[in-house]
Design a protein around this ligand. Structure first.
Ligand code: HEM
Ligand SMILES: CC(C)=CCC/C(C)=C/CC/C(C)=C/COP(=O)(O)OP(=O)(O)O
Length: 322
């Protein structure tokens, strides 16, 4: 899409956007929660908690709870800043048009204050409850997602989520740092797993949300390079992900239970990617089956990360027990 067409459609959508009604102020707790992207937070927090639990040593239960709360708050705060900055494109895309800001239910300046306020609070609380390393990585993650990904990469390059994916990969390192005060190989490998998981996770969704992104003028991979190229990229990244997920096994950082889980899930994700690759499609690679394979692959990506980290935790407890 050309810049002028994208700008015109953004302006037209802004005109259609419902105006904010003052009587709705403060009455919609659900909207304030939606601004934090709660379902995304749930998995982000789980990966952070996993990093904290597999770390060596004993952590005070209350400090552990505060750590999880801070990761939750920081990730939500970054999501709120993302929704504030993206209010123009969210108003154009079918998937996001009913969000609290484009829906006219939360004023944009309050959303920004909310995001910045919660960001500061989460970092200060983490620093007081744990240590400088954990608070520092937490602050960097917020900055990376809200500024580097949202304000810069998302609108400028089709590699946006490859680089930007780092933001969502930090939580295991934050959890580990909060528990120990230093860094080690395992949390860095966990970072690598989430990092290489992000492209097949997001590009599966982008295959069926491609029209939305095109209309908003966002250079997501299927918009810029086409669906066929994106299908191949998903496949390649699932292969790399399988290799990275087996690094803890090769380095003897975990046992057979994790290795089996990683192998089964990794092969499952590759099978999803092969289905995406082979799905009946036209000459441009656009699905003739309503992107069924990509929808399955996206859902599988969520299950993959959850169960892989469950496997890591189960393996950790098994090793401690035997
Ligand atoms: C730059 C990296 C990422 C991008 C661009 C991305 C993009 C997306 C998008 C566009 C959605 C659909 C959201 C919606 O329709 O409301 C989504 C859903 C989701 N993402 Fe990601 N994601 C990324 C990283 C992550 C990470 C690191 C996690 C967790 C570790 C994660 C967990 C989830 C979950 C749980 C959902 C499902 C939400 C629901 O059911 O509404 N994502 N992601
Ligand atoms: C600890 C900490 C700060 C972690 C940050 C974790 C985090 C929120 C990662 C990114 C997840 C995500 C939903 C990206 C989509 O943004 P998008 O703008 O491309 O998606 P959208 O179009 O649905 O808004």
């Amino acid at each position: 899409m050309s810049d002028s067409v994208a700008t015109a459609s953004l302006e037209a959508a802004a005109e259609r956007r419902p105006r904010f009604k003052a009587d709705q102020v403060g009455t919609r707790a659900r909207d304030w929660i939606q601004l934090l992207k709660p379902r995304v937070i749930s998995l982000v927090v789980f990966t952070g908690a996993a990093g904290m639990i597999v770390a060596p040593g004993h952590m005070n239960f209350f400090v552990a709870l505060v750590t999880i709360f801070c990761i939750c708050m920081a990730s939500g705060a970054a999501g709120a800043i993302n929704m504030w900055y993206d209010r123009d494109i969210d108003a154009v895309m079918q998937r996001t048009i009913t969000r609290p800001i484009p829906g006219g239910r939360i004023p944009e300046n309050e959303a920004l204050a909310y995001g910045v306020g919660l960001s500061c609070l989460s970092v200060c609380l983490m620093w007081m409850a744990t240590n400088t390393l954990a608070a520092g990585i937490l602050a960097f993650s917020i900055f990376f997602y809200a500024v580097i990904y949202t304000m810069w990469l998302k609108r400028s390059t089709p590699q946006n989520i490859v680089i930007g994916g780092a933001a969502g990969a930090f939580p295991p390192m934050i959890g580990w740092a909060a528990a120990t005060g230093h860094m080690a190989i395992l949390p860095v490998v966990m970072f690598g797993i989430v990092f290489f998981w992000t492209p097949p996770h997001f590009w599966s969704l982008s295959l069926y949300a491609c029209k939305d992104y095109g209309r908003a003028g966002i250079p997501m991979l299927p918009v810029v390079r086409g669906a066929r190229h994106t299908r191949w990229q998903i496949f390649i990244y699932t292969l790399v992900l399988l290799a990275v997920s087996l690094v803890p096994s090769f380095m003897h950082l975990c046992g057979w239970l994790y290795t089996t889980t990683a192998l089964v899930l990794g092969l499952g994700f590759i099978a999803c990617a092969v289905r995406v690759l082979l799905e009946p499609q036209d000459a441009q690679g656009v699905s003739l089956k309503g992107d069924k394979a990509a929808r399955i692959s996206f859902r599988f990506s969520l299950a993959y990360l959850f169960f892989l980290f469950c496997g890591l935790l189960a393996d950790h407890f098994l090793q401690a027990w035997v």
